[in-house]
Design a protein around this ligand. Structure first.
Ligand SMILES: Cc1cc2nc3c(=O)[nH]c(=O)nc-3n(C[C@H](O)[C@H](O)[C@H](O)COP(=O)(O)OP(=O)(O)OC[C@H]3O[C@@H](n4cnc5c(N)ncnc54)[C@H](O)[C@@H]3O)c2cc1C
Length: 104
């Protein structure tokens, strides 16, 4: 096989970059550790879901939402149980998640 560019990772970044390069006339090899059935990286695993908090569309559709509900949901999914341990491995993930949930 011959190519101008080899991209490692067929997540959104790799797919978008591949598309841009092919459109520009470059020959691209795109490789991924996953098989073809799992194309898309994390975007595949996220099932196309988008995390929104009390957005105008939710309100228009009568979906009641709030930061408290979103944060409760996120903590339930994340299962951060190492906030206070000797190394506090989950501390920054928890802080980052809370900040993002508040900003959405
Ligand atoms: C459940 C879930 C929900 C999400 N919800 C949202 C959301 O609401 N809003 C939002 O903005 N984002 C969300 N995200 C995050 C978003 O999906 C990711 O940030 C985005 O898809 C990352 O794209 P990427 O191409 O940078 O990386 P990735 O999707 O991680 O792609 C990297 C690719 O590289 C491959 N790879 C890694 N190492 C190697 C190697 N050594 N050799 C070969 N291949 C390798 C991997 O298999 C993977 O396919 C969510 C993610 C998940 C999992």
């Amino acid at each position: 096989m011959d190519a101008d560019v080899i991209i490692v990772g067929a997540g959104l970044a790799g797919l978008v970059e591949s598309n841009e390069l092919v459109r520009a006339g470059r020959r691209v090899i795109l490789v991924d550790q996953e098989n073809a059935a799992n194309l898309g990286g994390q975007a595949f695993w996220s099932f196309g879901g988008i995390f929104l908090v009390d957005s105008p569309m939710q309100r228009r559709l009568g979906v009641r939402d709030s930061f408290d509900l979103a944060w409760q949901d996120w903590q339930g999914s994340a299962g951060w149980d190492r906030l206070d341990g000797p190394h506090g491995e989950d501390e920054w993930a928890n802080k980052w998640g809370r900040t993002l949930a508040a900003a959405l």
